[in-house]
Design a protein around this ligand. Sequence first.
Ligand code: PMP
Length: 385
Amino acid sequence: STPNVWNFGPGPAKIPTSVLQRAQDELLNYNNTGMSVMELSHRSKEYENLNNKAQRDLRTLLNIPNNYKILFMQGGGHTQFSAIVYNLLSAKRHQLGEDFKEEFNPPLDYLITGSWSSKAAEEAKKLYNNVNIVFDVKKLKGSYGSIPPKEEWKLSGSKAAYVYYCDNETVNGVEFNHIPEIDPSVPLVCDMSSNILSRRFDVSKFGIIYAGAQKNIGAAGLTVVIVREDLLIRSNNKNSDIPAIPSMLDYKIMADHNSLYNTPPMFSIYISGLVFEWLLGLGGIEAIEKTNSTKAERLYEVIDNSKIYKSPVEKSVRSRMNVPFRIKQEELESEFLKGSIELGMLQLKGHRSVGGIRASIYNAMTLEGVDFLIEYMKEFERKHC
Ligand code: PMP
């Protein structure tokens, strides 16, 4: 976005201005090759270096242990909804061993805290007949906006092939404030599409973490997958009780080829690499985490101290990245949105499935941008109180 616009979009989202400017500078001539990144061969030395550097920087930023592989995949979050089912059924089959003679039908455990985890579970059900809903907040409470206490979770224990959850529900503004405790023999799978790189967390607690790039990483087209090495199992077509993994979804194939099995989305990976460098330059995740907390605290404070705004999310699970809110007199929302656009604050409209207003304040959104929105909210309230 240009400097006179504040982009509060949920994804594709704002990319740091300095990253866009650097991409502009290098657009015609990447690293003195005389070509744009988009025109290089994906088998060239230049591209290999770019690919490896982006992985190294991401490993540094997230402190990713050596027994995890970083994969650059395609197809967005939606493709991971099914990739996970294939790969982790295969891993579970392998874990049980050749001697396992019972029917192979391990449960897949899903925690449903919002529309994205719900969609992931629906996709799993298309592929497999034993999906266990550990809880579904909408079914329990009528709408999303909270996470039930652990005592109410119906986990399958060590039988499960994995436990799946979404760390930050982009549409509903619900974010976990801790990593769920599960049976340590079961891989924990996490969709971090909308909050990866926003705070520190312990990668070693997870089997798989994935994130579409178009929020906190870079440009759409790339999906980052971080996978523990013991889960990389060669797909075995001979074993009739598990489905063979389509090659483009096969984590082991991607890992064996250093994410160069087929032509990768080179420009998206390049932009992501620039974002990683930008983050390292700011002081890494610790630095951005502080700013992110301040941004979210300021915004929720205005909502909570207001007579006209309200948050649909319980305090303990409010997202630091996507802040949905309503105006109590709902008919004022369109006026609010119209006025915000006139002042250059774009994409504040809530997701079409829930309505209302949503401010997405990812890493690239500055404190200044959030303060600008807050001033507008206060002004709007003064006018309508
Ligand atoms: N998971 C989350 C948390 C998301 O926010 C989104 C997209 N907004 C998706 C998954 C789906 O991603 P994609 O559009 O890349 O398939």
